[in-house]
Write a protein that binds this ligand. Structure first.
Ligand code: ZN
Length: 70
């Protein structure tokens, strides 16, 4: 089993729970993320090292809330 440690959500600051899986799929989109924030819907990519985790954000609801990704 591979354990992905808990990571802190960049949106609300809460921890996304750690998960243990047999196979770690590559996370290229939000749906692939094994760790998701229930509140913000932000996903953490499936890196085992917290330093390598990237965050995938859900599409913005309005253009005014978030600037487009550079
Ligand atoms: Zn959050």
């Amino acid at each position: 089993m591979v354990k992905l440690p808990k990571v802190r959500c960049p949106g609300c600051g809460k921890f996304m729970a750690a998960v243990a899986v047999k196979v770690v799929p590559p996370a290229n989109k939000l749906e692939d993320c094994l760790r998701r924030c229930a509140k913000c819907d932000i996903g953490a990519t499936n890196a085992k090292s917290p330093a390598k985790v990237k965050f995938i954000f859900p599409p913005p609801k309005t253009r005014e809330e978030l600037p487009p990704a550079a």
